[in-house]
Design a protein around this ligand. Sequence first.
Ligand code: 0X9
Ligand code: ZN
Length: 361
Amino acid sequence: MKIHVQIFCALFSLAIATKVDYSGHMVIRVVPQTEEQVKFLSALESSSSIDFWTRSVTANRFTDIHVSPESYIMAYLADLASTNPLVSTLVAGTSVEGREIIQATISSDRSANKPIAWFDCNIHAREWITAATCVWIIDTITSGYGTDAEITALVDQYDWKFVPVANPDGYAYSWSNDRLWRKNRAINSGSACVGVDLNRNFPSGFGGEGSSSLPCSETHHGVSALSEPESQTLDALIAADRGRVKAAISMHSYSQLWLSSYSYSSALPVEYPEMMNAMKAGVDALVATYGTPYEYGSTGTVLYIASGTTTDHYYENEGVVHSYTIELRDKGRYGFELPASQIVPTATETWNGIKAFMNAI
Ligand code: 0X9
Ligand code: ZN
């Protein structure tokens, strides 16, 4: 189903009367071409909480839909899943505040149980470039299948799974209240400080060095491993694919690093030489794109010790040898507030790195 979509208002400013911040909200104009599409829009309105401003009573009459920043990523995925047979979406879980955590799967043959390239993105709320990169990669894979030989081969060889926004509450909060918010939005009992660092809430090395028991800390690990619904959701998703995950990549920003386990200690995994070869293949292709400098190696040696991370959990508890964290652009000039003009170049170089890496393992 192809519906013409036009974004005609990119940014609202603060709505002073109601004190609601509409920064980043959009109104999307949809023009259905057939009666079937008119019915689809009507069903969407009654089955969702999407804010419809106008309705199409017949084909070729527009519908205006008001969407928040976190929902128009999700709206894109829902549209893709309904229009492209390669794509399906799954509501994998819900966040502390009840937002859906979506996983998108790209597969040319779901019954073949192919090995999987698995991604979580935006587990840290302020790292917006990570969701943008994951959505750009989904778009590039789906539009390149059948026309681009390398993409076609990679989709025929692997299923591709993405959680584009692993921390939807924190992400929404980073749009509405605090651009630099990192954690989820859990209430910490006995404290006025909100949030658990989801990348400290996994079982590997839980509670150790590079994480904090203090609720006000940006690296607060939570009351116990997997205490948070967002980490439980990622854990359940990767466990559901146990034995099939060939590569698991956690997308972060910023620093321009490709990192392997271990993160909770400076010890090196037994497969480290194999991991280094794979990281080198990815980083070489990434750097060759625009010359963006990258370093690679184990987190504990290249960056710092961090306990309870996704990457160590996927490696240590799920048996995924090729489990990595990629810290995308930049190196601090803009930091988390990477300008929009760098989204496509960042996604392009990262995708080139991932393709070369997947072809090397
Ligand atoms: O500290 C973190 O969680 C990550 N850096 S960030 O600036 N994006 O917060 C690094 C974690 C890296 N380690 C692994 N997951 N292996
Ligand atoms: Zn991060």
